[in-house]
Design a protein around this ligand. Structure first.
Ligand code: XLS
Ligand code: NI
Ligand code: NI
Length: 442
């Protein structure tokens, strides 16, 4: 991938980031992520389809409820919205190509600023996607997934497709329709629904049953529209338990799978799991990934990490190799993400204000994933990890255990087997042994 610089160079002094290996002391080089290195039968770049998130990296100004913007973007200057958006696209593609990211993700309003005029928004999105298409063709960078922001505008304060006011739902539909058009036009491999406002703040004013039915019908018409217009990719639901809603309907992987099953959406929808959302739901990311993988719904991933002391979505860059190695065990055993990738839904801190900080953040995240992928592959190949897990269930592999698994034993028969057998042995779960394996291979 060659570097694509637009009219102006935004990240001056930073060249193409290269793999330099463990000996390198260059902070602007990869030490582990070697995109063509073969791991478990595939090049790293195929396992780890990293994507840049437009919203955090090119729109997030660092403003917080207590303070003003600290990231003052040079590409955010022009008065005409589409011209301003083109500068932003230039900056984004310069960044993607210098870093070697093969994918990106965006919300409609990240690509170009929206107004409250639907027709004007459609015009703007069509214009900027013409430009993005050219940038994609010139660089080879692809759209991992598109989405519509149905949470920032004031009209969504009571929800988008779960809003008690039907008019708001229609406005959400207008946005989703254009965002799907944009995704199809740009060859996106997925389309994501994250419902930050699809939930409630108070049960006192909420009819959950009707709201969830509206959400399901909304997803169905969106799917039907996309399929009728040639979209072959996957739809994703991105679970999150809360924030900004007190309770979000797409709480966690299990909840979403139940919802998809209830409303017969399992054929078209998979999960886009996010690390910090898993921890907010009181789970590990490993848990969420295993639940999704077991259901055949491990679609895509939003990579980030939370803060151990803060109870919100801090969206920090991933750097926990132990956690990632455990995730990669599930990931490799599931055959990777299908058809998604690893979107850095993470933001540099408000006081990380050097242009290079965005590079350090992504390099660190990519290296952490690469190191975890290698470690997990070694664990699977060279250790007793798989054997120990399989052996724990050996009593179901033959005899009565097997008959039970096949549904051939009644409760009374199970009782009789118990009465004839000795007291169960004490069998170790070997947790610490397994934890040590992870550290040994990192
Ligand atoms: C917010 C979500 C959001 C989605 C895309 O917490 O992670 O960024 O990924 O709408
Ligand atoms: Ni996300
Ligand atoms: Ni998030």
């Amino acid at each position: 991938m060659s570097v694509l610089i637009g009219e102006k160079e935004y990240f001056k002094g930073i060249n193409k980031i290269k793999f330099e290996g463990l000996e390198s002391e260059n902070p602007l080089a990869f030490r582990w992520y070697d995109e063509n290195k073969i791991v478990a039968g595939k090049p790293m770049k195929e396992w780890l389809k990293f994507a840049g998130a437009y919203w955090h990296s090119f729109c997030g100004t660092g403003a917080d409820p207590f303070g003003a913007p600290t990231h003052l973007f040079e590409w955010d200057q022009k008065t005409d919205a589409v011209e301003r958006a083109k500068d932003k696209a230039d900056a984004a593609f310069e960044f993607f190509t210098k870093l070697g990211l093969h994918y990106y993700c965006f919300h409609d309003v990240d690509a170009v600023d929206y107004t409250n005029d639907i027709v004007e928004n459609e015009r703007r999105l069509a214009a900027i996607t013409d430009y993005l298409k050219k940038k994609q063709d010139a660089s080879g960078v692809q759209l991992l997934w598109g989405t519509a922001n149905l949470f920032s505008n004031a009209k969504y304060m009571n929800g988008a497709s779960t809003n008690p006011d039907f008019t708001v739902l229609t406005h959400a539909a207008a946005q989703v329709k254009s965002a799907i058009d944009a995704t199809i036009k740009l060859g996106g491999t997925g389309y994501t629904f994250w419902g930050g406002r699809e939930g409630y703040m108070s049960l006192l004013n909420t009819n959950i049953k009707r709201e969830k039915e509206h959400l399901a019908t909304f997803l169905k018409v969106s799917r039907d529209y996309a399929r009728a217009n040639g979209f072959k990719g996957s739809f994703y639901i991105e679970p999150k338990p809360c924030e900004p809603s007190k309770h979000q309907y797409d709480y966690d992987a299990e909840t979403v799978i139940g919802f998809l099953r209830q409303f017969d959406l399992l054929n078209d929808f998979k999960l886009n799991l996010e690390v910090n959302h898993a921890t907010l739901a009181g789970h590990t990311m490993q848990h969420e990934m295993q639940i999704a993988a077991d259901a055949g719904l491990l679609g895509s991933m939003d990579a980030n990490r939370g803060d151990m002391q803060n109870g919100w979505d801090t969206d920090q860059f991933p750097n926990n190799i132990n956690e990632l190695t455990e995730c990669m065990l599930i990931f490799i055993e599931a055959g990777g993400l299908n058809p998604g990738g690893i979107n850095f839904d993470a933001k540099i801190r408000r006081n990380s204000t050097d242009p290079a900080d965005l590079f350090y953040a992504h390099i660190g995240g990519m290296d952490a994933f690469a190191r975890a992928l290698i470690a997990a592959d070694q664990i699977l190949q060279k250790s007793d990890y798989k054997k120990i897990r399989a052996n724990r269930y050996a009593s179901y592999d033959a005899g009565h255990g097997k008959n039970f698994e096949n549904g051939k034993l009644s409760l009374t028969q199970l009782r009789d087997i118990a009465a004839q057998s000795a007291e169960p042995e004490v069998i170790s779960g070997k947790q610490e042994f397994l934890e040590n394996l992870i550290n040994r291979f990192i």
